[in-house]
Design a protein around this ligand. Sequence first.
Ligand code: DC
Length: 220
Amino acid sequence: MTVVAIDGPAGAGKSTIAKRLAKVLGWAYLDSGAMYRAVTVVAMDAGADLGDGEALARLAEALDLELKAEGTVLVRGADVTKRIRSPEVTAAVSGVASVAAVREVMVSHQRRFAERNEYVVAEGRDIGTVVFPDAALKIYLDAASTERARRRLGQSDEVAQGADQDAVRAGIEERDRLDSTREIAPLRPAADAWLLDTSKMTLDEVFEAVRGRVRSAIRP
Ligand code: DC
């Protein structure tokens, strides 16, 4: 198993870069954030108390989740790909992801996924620090929050819902705060991660830089 780990805050370009890299290399793509989002959708549908860690852990354990190669997310066979990106889920997911027992279940899902695939590009917050500490290459993508908000607004859903840049930036900063100050697996670069500040780069430039790094670090 060979893993490229891509971590970083919301809107740093992880998904775009990880997906494109997986496609170009013909590797499997693991979106760990989609897993925490799927638990959040299931908890909301069940009317669960999102502050009740034990209830969330039970739901996570029973979760029948399937991540398709092209990014489709199925829960008990139903397609929730769109719903997991809704503003309600985005606002609630950091809380759900801070529950230790939920993380335990998700991390074992993620490791099983990697066991089934020889080459994996995995993105998230704790991929290089916790999930795959032996990853062949760890990349930490970052960018200024104003720039990340601008990029998020370019992703049509939130524009359609009339969000403004300040509100999006505030949401991103709050999520960063929750993700990086939680006790378990907080968002931070691994000691041996390659840090790339993408604030002044286009996504094409980021992709080329990442691809070059993968080429020199990994020789299949
Ligand atoms: O990358 P994303 O926005 O889809 O992630 C959704 C949330 O899930 C994010 O607020 C933090 C959490 N998350 C996490 O705690 N650990 C991961 N490996 C991936 C995501």
